[in-house]
Design a protein around this ligand. Structure first.
Ligand code: FAD
Ligand code: NAP
Length: 575
């Protein structure tokens, strides 16, 4: 059980917002660096995503052996995952284990939301205010607020009048929600819905799924952890982690660099069948050009549609479930018995692509003039991704500039780590970094390690503030956009571009150039004396930055596959 600390702290070296995997690791490292820190967390426990997303079926879709911290081999050796893809309670238990093991909770203030963060230019310090009345003064303000942590609750007309419970997957109650004997609506068909629907269907009297856009999903073929597989990895976990880091996605899986278009139809069929049989996100690694060439993508999309039609009995329902957009353009989903669920007589799929949900009544959901009677509704409607949790905090930098104003037309950062006008404000997996396009835990660790070396260096040279220069930020934003254009991923209306929520600017937010290239760029910036940043107040400017933490992220670009040439040749399977 988590305990909560509610002491108001007046001054610390660093304030960290959020106690998910990012905030937890940041706290651990700040302590190692010898800085005092306070973490503020809105929830009552650690774990972030895995604290909030308690919906039935929630589990990771990056294999558990890779979806975990890598900073301690002892931790890696001690922890045992029970399944190939761990369920949410086990990932939350892991987060709690880490919090206990490193005694993190004594510096985390739970049940507290940061509402404002203001840079005091005279003092070169941040003043952070919370909804509990705290005012905390810190040299560094570190946003560990999460990329998928601001739930999107569409404001449907009549929702307040609806008599039944409404649960968002990303803000799921802590008590068990029992759907037995109930008529249930699920709105949305993204990753969360696809995990929850088969389990809700098994309980409910009836299930009506409201689908605006069908998703592509690949079977997980989840299974109990194979002890031999686990033993093999644990024999040399660091080597396995190193292989993973050399992948564009930051996790390891077999893939093929060939072009789908160079293969014959029979060869492709064979390749796709084999990859489908392995299942999960690595299916996108069937060929190297799937996210670059429309013709290549058509081949995998056709294959996936054939799979859907082979499972779903009713041809009209199968038609509705078949996406007609680029395969893998939106985040690929991973499922267990998703399509099979639609063969059950009490499950109905309602298409709201042409006729959106009009309103809720006291007892139902109305679309296309039909009132679907339901007792309860599940919003699997996703998140204001990447920037949503920043938007909820009034962040004011130099000269009274707010982050909301600066990012009105889309987020702008240098390396996804920091942004001009906001000295000493760091963001973990911020927009402009690989973040959600890579295995998130290494993405988090790499960012934290970089920041810790940076803060250590600032202490060494006596610098008061660090801030990127506008030129470097502009160049990075340009680069992020250019690289995105190369990928078919930039072409569809996904949450990667903010298009899932009306009114958000359309900008491809994560960095799609691949994890190792990004990591090497960060390392280069560090070793080039924090190139692109201005350090103010530094007494000893000639001291080279320390690389105690960042060193472990050095990826030889010739390792295994990934190189800038591969990107130029459009042969980089990405997930
Ligand atoms: P979060 O875990 O989102 O934590 C952020 C924390 O900040 C939250 O606890 C929140 O309460 C807190 N917070 C935010 N704003 C404030 C504020 N103003 N004041 C106080 N506290 C605040 N990634 C993968 O790589 N593989 C997966 O398999 C995978 N599966 C996922 C499944 C689901 C259902 C979801 C939603 C995401 C998944 N992700 C996955 C992405 C996942 O978000 C990351 O892997 C990772 O958990 C993010 O950690 P984080 O600490 O950066 O952010
Ligand atoms: P999502 O992928 O954004 O899906 C939200 C769904 O709600 C979409 O189908 C969307 O339709 C629909 N929707 C939104 N507003 C709607 C409206 N007004 N009317 C009707 N439908 C509406 O969100 P998510 O499923 O929560 O997943 C978000 C991300 O979290 C994933 O992409 C993934 O990165 C991560 N995740 C991972 C896992 C995992 O397997 N490990 C599980 C869950 C989540 P449109 O597509 O038309 O917008």
């Amino acid at each position: 059980m988590s305990t909560s600390t509610t002491n108001t702290v007046d001054a610390v070296d660093a304030i960290v917002v959020g106690a998910g995997f990012a905030g937890m690791y940041m706290l651990h490292c700040l302590r190692e660096l010898g800085l005092s820190a306070r973490v503020i967390e809105a929830g009552s426990g650690v774990g972030g995503t895995w604290y909030w997303n308690r919906y039935p079926g929630a589990r990771c879709d990056v294999e558990s052996m890779q979806y975990s911290y890598s900073f301690s081999d002892k931790l890696d050796q001690d922890w045992e995952w029970s399944e190939k893809y761990s369920p949410q309670p086990e990932i939350l238990a892991y987060a709690n284990h880490v919090a206990d093991r490193y005694d993190l909770r004594r510096d985390i203030q739970f049940n507290t939301r940061v509402t404002e963060a203001t840079f005091n230019e005279a003092a070169n310090r941040w003043i952070v205010a919370t909804d509990q009345g705290d005012r905390i003064d810190a040299q560094f303000c570190i946003m560990a607020v999460g990329c998928l942590s601001a739930a999107n609750r569409p404001p449907f007309d009549g929702l307040d009048d609806f008599q039944g419970p409404v649960h968002h997957t990303g803000e799921w109650p802590h008590d068990d929600v029992d759907f037995t004997g109930l008529d249930v609506a699920v709105i949305g068909t993204g990753s969360s819905a696809i995990q929850a629907i088969p389990i809700i269907a098994a309980q409910a009297k009836s299930l009506t799924v409201f689908q605006r856009t069908p998703s592509y999903t690949v079977p997980a073929w989840n299974e109990k952890m194979d002890p031999e597989y686990e033993r093999d990895i644990k024999e040399d976990y660091p080597a396995f982690r190193a292989k993973a880091r050399a992948r564009p996605t930051g996790f390891y899986f077999p893939f093929n660099m060939e072009s789908a278009l160079d293969a014959t139809p029979a060869e492709r069929e064979h390749q796709y069948e084999e990859a489908w049989a392995r299942g999960g996100l690595p299916f996108l690694g069937s060929y190297g050009d799937l996210l670059f060439e429309t013709d290549a993508n058509d081949t995998i999309a056709d294959f996936a549609r054939t799979k859907i039609r082979a499972v779903v009995d009713d041809p009209a329902t199968a038609d509705l479930l078949c996406p007609d957009n680029v395969f893998g353009c939106k985040r690929l989903c991973v499922d267990t018995n998703y399509y099979q669920t639609y063969n059950q007589p009490h499950v109905t799929l309602v298409d709201v692509s042409e006729n959106p949900i009009e309103r809720f009544t006291t007892t139902g959901v109305v679309t296309n003039g039909i009132d679907y009677k339901v007792d309860t509704a599940v919003f699997a409607t996703g998140f204001a991704a990447m920037t949503g949790s920043f938007d909820k905090i009034k962040i004011t930098g130099r000269d009274g500039l707010t982050l909301a104003e600066k990012w009105r037309a889309g987020p702008r950062t240098y390396l996804g780590l920091s942004t001009v006008g906001f000295p000493n404000l760091f963001m973990i997996t911020g927009p402009g970094s690989p973040s959600v396009l890579a295995n998130m835990i290494p993405s988090i660790e790499q960012h934290v390690d970089w920041m810790v070396d940076c803060m250590g260096h600032m202490r060494d040279v006596g610098a008061a503030t660090i801030e990127p220069t506008l030129t470097y930020e502009d160049d990075w934003v340009k680069h992020v956009n250019e690289v995105a254009q190369v990928s078919l991923r930039s072409t569809c209306s996904s949450w990667y571009v903010g298009a899932n929520i009306p009114g958000r600017p359309r900008v491809f937010m994560p960095y799609i150039g691949g994890f190792p290239i990004y990591v090497n760029k960060c390392n280069e910036v560090m070793t080039n004396n924090l190139e692109g940043f201005i350090l103010k107040g530094a007494a000893k400017t000639t001291t080279a930055p320390r690389t105690r933490w960042t060193e472990r992220w050095r990826v030889p670009l010739d390792m295994d596959i990934i190189s800038p040439a591969a990107i130029a040749a459009k042969r980089v399977p990405v997930v």
